[in-house]
Design a protein around this ligand. Structure first.
Ligand code: ARG
Length: 559
């Protein structure tokens, strides 16, 4: 990936032989004074039977500067390499200039399909916090994989089937009103669903009614299906509004109900492979000592969440022949996915990489109902706060509404993605919307600031600018940060961790601000220097824009 690193490795291998030397043998030192790359010579001491400092000294004498390497120094056990800054700037900035919106993309995935199951909210229920996280993380993983040369297939595995629909039908028949339904569909359905549970405590026979209605639904009863369809359409209408707001797209909307006629085949397959056990009338799969068994069919014949996921996995394997099957779902479902993957393995169907891309909780988020949020409220509040901030910062801005939306929505997305997904995280409006620190607005603002510098200059940056005039250390560091973006994209995609990218963008923004206070751009000493610095600014702008896109944010040109 990193051409300079590869070149350095080749040099070392030429002198010392290849055993034990690979990409991980060369590091990037924390302090640029110690070089751009460093080789810790411990790796070779066993083979050469010499102390590392002696090896460093010996290699330093052997490896001569060339058109990539400016100098080599030994410091104790380390061999430090300094790359020629003119060449580094020249290759990097010109590549960005040529590739533009595609800079950082690569063909790592060789066109293979990656099916990403994300968002997947439940019909007739509010979008949970977990669904928001899944949506935001999943979308970034979707974009990252497309950029890394895969073909992403986004699947919204809607929770549109299961015994809860029996309860909902009973609830609607008892307490539902068309008027309320029209006004606030999901809130109404949710309220009567909650009421069902309260009432069922006093009148347990409601539970039997609900079971009977779900059975009718599974058997294709017309009335049940009609109600179910209405619930589903009303929910989808609302969910799709959110997706538009968040600029998120799915390639498939096959929810759990889609697998209704595909589950019998799964059960048959399990039976044929002798994987089913009868337990108190229910059909279960024993998945090993370290996990409880998975349930495939209840004693009344009703299918389960697991059954539908088995059918969905087989369908996706067949339909997309994927290189990877990803499930972006919260950590509480860890056991479910272990059971799912294990069952598929025992069926001989674990035919590609299958990964549960899990994530933690939001802490301290004030909500009306436990972990329930009304996403609409969150989005509205973000917009309102962003509008206020924009008005204060830039009262003359032309399309305030549009920018406020990009900043408000961006703040929520970035506020989520800047954290390692597996950790629980604090939800704080103040922190998310701040223009300082690791926030969306901070990165967007750095981008807008560069756009403003380029606007002031008036002309487009010159792709043929002479980069050898960029002699300041901060300029070299900035170029290196632009160059490193390519690897960060790959690392973020492969580890399913967009926070690596989010951090890189914050650091790039910070470094740019340092550069801008130290180095005049439009008023630089010579025309040549103005040109080169403008090209550098434009490259940083491009990387910020590409990076923001990959996280799912917009990059306004003014704010
Ligand atoms: N609807 C589920 C829930 O809200 C999430 C579905 C995740 N995807 C899957 N294939 N199980 O908990």
């Amino acid at each position: 990936m990193d051409e300079f690193k590869l070149h350095i490795i080749e040099k070392i291998v030429d002198e010392a032989g290849a055993d034990g030397i690979d990409e991980s043998s060369v590091e990037i030192p924390p302090d640029p004074k110690m070089g751009d790359y460093a080789f810790p010579c411990f790796t070779l001491s066993k083979k050469l039977k010499k102390a590392p400092p002696m090896i460093a000294e010996w290699l330093k004498a052997k490896i001569k500067p060339d058109d990539v390497i400016e100098k080599v120094e030994n410091a104790g056990p380390y061999l430090n390499f300094f790359v020629r800054r003119a060449m580094l700037a020249e290759t990097t900035l010109k590549e960005v200039f040529e590739k533009r919106g595609r800079y950082g993309s690569c063909d790592l995935g060789k066109g293979g399909n990656v099916v990403i199951d994300f968002s997947s909210p439940n019909i007739a229920k509010p979008f949970g916090i977990g669904h928001l996280r899944s949506t935001v993380i999943g979308n970034s993983i979707y974009r990252l994989h497309n950029f890394a040369g895969y073909k992403s297939v986004g699947v919204n595995h809607l929770g549109d089937w299961g015994t809860q629909f029996g309860k909902l039908i009973v609830a609607f028949k008892n307490w539902g009103t068309d008027k309320e339904l029209e006004k606030e569909p999901i809130a109404h359905l949710f309220n009567i669903y909650v009421k069902f549970h309260e009432e069922a405590k006093i009148r347990p026979e409601l539970e039997d009614e609900a079971r009977a209605w779900f059975k009718k639904l599974e058997d294709g009863n017309k009335e049940a299906l009609q109600l179910w369809e209405m619930f589903k359409n009303l929910s989808l209408e609302e969910f799709k509004r959110y997706y538009t707001e968040l600029d998120i797209h799915f390639d498939s909307w096959h929810g759990e109900a889609f697998y209704n006629d595909k589950m019998e085949a799964v059960v048959e397959k399990l039976k044929k492979k002798n994987l089913l056990t009868l337990s108190e009338g229910a059909q279960i799969v024993e998945v090993g000592e370290d996990m409880p068994p998975g349930m495939v069919k209840k004693s009344d014949g009703a299918t389960m969440y697991l059954t539908r996921d088995l059918a969905a996995a087989l369908y996706r394997l067949h339909e997309y022949k994927p290189a990877k099957l990803l499930y972006v779902v919260g950590s509480p479902q860890k056991l479910h996915f272990r059971q799912l993957f294990k069952t598929l393995e025992m069926m001989g169907e674990r035919k590609c990489d299958m990964v549960h891309v899990e994530f933690g909780h939001y802490l301290g988020m004030k909500t009306r109902e436990g972990n329930i949020i009304f996403l609409e409220e969150v989005l509205d509040k973000a917009l309102e706060l962003a509008k206020k901030i924009i008005k204060e910062k830039n009262p003359d801005l032309a399309d305030k509404e549009e920018v406020a939306k990009a900043v408000g929505v961006g703040a929520i997305i970035f506020g989520d993605l800047v954290n390692d997904r597996v950790r629980d995280m604090e939800f704080s409006w103040d922190r998310m919307l701040s223009f300082e620190g690791e926030t969306g607005p901070y990165v967007q603002y750095a981008h807008a600031r560069i756009c403003s510098i380029l606007r002031k200059h008036g002309k487009k940056p010159d792709g043929k600018a002479d980069c050898s005039v960029l002699k300041e250390d901060i300029e070299k560091e900035l170029v290196k940060k632009v160059y490193a973006f390519k690897q960060v994209v790959v690392d973020s995609a492969e580890s399913y961790k967009p926070h690596l990218l989010a951090h890189h963008l914050v650091e790039l923004g910070q470094m740019f601000n340092t550069f801008y206070t130290q180095c005049p751009v439009l008023k630089a000493d010579s025309k040549k220097l103005v040109s080169a610095r403008l090209l550098l600014c434009d490259s940083v702008r491009q990387v910020l824009a590409n990076g923001l896109y990959l996280l799912g944010l917009k990059a306004p040109e003014e704010m």
